[in-house]
Design a binder for this molecule. Structure first.
Ligand SMILES: N[C@@H](CCC(=O)N[C@@H](CS)C(=O)NCC(=O)O)C(=O)O
Length: 254
C-alpha cells in the first residue's frame, strides 16, 4: 500500500548511498518485532521520512549517550533520544514531515506525544513486567537471546529494577483496575482525536503517527495477552491505523 510519505531522496534497493548511512542502534528483535516503543517510533519516522538507515542491534546501554536506546550514529557522531534524533535529522537533512502543521496542530501533536511517551509508556511497561499475564510472555520472549545460565538470575533482577522504576514513577502504586482505567482514558483520547481521519493530523503522515504507531503496535501486535491489549483491540480506528502503518511502511518485514 502506498502511504503519503515525505518526498525524500531514498535510493532504490541495492543502489550506492550518497553520504554516510545513519546507523540506528536498537534492541535485538523479539518475536520477530521491534518491541521497544521508542526505537519503533524512530525506525518508523526514518521510514516515513524516507531517510536511508541501517539497523544495528545492541543491548549495550553503557555505550548509549543517555544510557537508553535508541540512538543513531550519524557520520561517526552519536545522537541520542528519539525526539532529539528527529530534530537533528530535520535540521541536517532538510526533511520535515511536520512542516505544513499549524500551531494548533503542533500543540495537539505535542499533547498526544506526551500522553504516549510520558504516561501510557509506564502503563505498557507495567503490563509487560508486573502484570502476571504480561510477565508470562515477557519472561520467556525477552530473555530468549540471553545465554541459558544467565537467564535464571537475570529475570528476577530486571523485573525488580522495572518494579522499582515504576514505583518511583508512581504507576505501580495504583491497583490493576485503576491502571486499566488510566489506560482506557489515554486510548479513548487518542481514538477520539483520530476519529475517522487516516492519520493523526489528517491526510498526511507526520511525526505523531510514528509516535503513536511505536506504542500501539507494541500493545496490539505483540503476543503479550494482557488486559491492556484487549482494551486497545476494542478501538477499531486505532487498530486500523496500526494496520495501515504496518502494511504501508513495513510491508512484509514485520
Ligand atoms: N526519551 C527516550 C526514551 C528511551 C527509552 O526509554 N528507552 C528504553 C527502551 S523503550 C530503554 O532504553 N530502557 C533501558 C533502561 O532504561 O535501562 C527516547 O525518546 O529515546
Amino acid at each position: 500500500m502506498d502511504l503519503p510519505v515525505t518526498d525524500a531522496p531514498s535510493p532504490p534497493r541495492g543502489a550506492p548511498l550518497e553520504g554516510p548511512v545513519i546507523r540506528l542502534v536498537q534492541f535485538p528483535p523479539v518475536w520477530g518485532r521491534n518491541v521497544s516503543p521508542f526505537t519503533l517510533k524512530l525506525e518508523t519516522w526514518l521510514r516515513l521520512a524516507g531517510i536511508p538507515f541501517e539497523a544495528a542491534h545492541s543491548m549495550k546501554l553503557h555505550k548509549a549517550p543517555k544510557g537508553k536506546l535508541p540512538y543513531i550514529v550519524d557520520n561517526g557522531v552519536k545522537v541520542a533520544d528519539s525526539s532529539l534524533v528527529i530534530e537533528h535529522l530535520k535540521r541536517t537533512r532538510g526533511i520535515d514531515p511536520d512542516a505544513a502543521l499549524g500551531p494548533h496542530e503542533r500543540a495537539a501533536a505535542l499533547a498526544l506525544q506526551r500522553l504516549f511517551e510520558d504516561h501510557l509508556y509506564f502503563i505498557l511497561a507495567w503490563s509487560r513486567w508486573i502484570d502476571p499475564a504480561g510477565w508470562e510472555a515477557v519472561s520467556e520472549g525477552f530473555f530468549d537471546g540471553v545465554p541459558a545460565m544467565l537467564r535464571g538470575p537475570l529475570r528476577p533482577l530486571m523485573r525488580r529494577q522495572v518494579r522499582r522504576m515504576l514505583w518511583l514513577q508512581g504507576i505501580a502504586r495504583y491497583s490493576p483496575e485503576e491502571i486499566l482505567e488510566l489506560a482506557r482514558e489515554d486510548l479513548e483520547a487518542a481514538a477520539c482525536h483520530l476519529g475517522d481521519k487516516p492519520f493523526f493530523m489528517g491526510e498526511q503522515l507526520t511525526t505523531i503517527d510514528a509516535v503513536v504507531y511505536g506504542f500501539l503496535a507494541n500493545i496490539i501486535f505483540v503476543p503479550v495477552e494482557t488486559d491492556l491489549k484487549r482494551l486497545a483491540l476494542g478501538y477499531p480506528n486505532l487498530v486500523a491505523f496500526c494496520e495501515t502503518m504496518e502494511q504501508g511502511l513495513y510491508g512484509d518485514s514485520c
